[in-house]
Write a new protein. Sequence first.
Length: 85
Amino acid sequence: MKEFEFTITDPQGIHARPAGLLVKEAKKYASTISIFKGARKGDLKKIFTVMALGVKQGELVKVQVEGADEADAAPAIEAFFKENF
């Protein structure tokens, strides 16, 4: 399992448009990809669970990637966060 933490810098937090692109990016991989905000968890391949977390600017999220292609998926998802959030 690979994981990383990221502090959201976008003034709007994780909002609809980039969240949709994030889900699209996550679906490219076979691995299970989860996002955590505190004790709450969302499936990064399902936009409704990502949006339900209500992540705001300045909040820390943790992303866990587990599966056959985790070595490729984790750095790609982390790069997406850096470019978009």
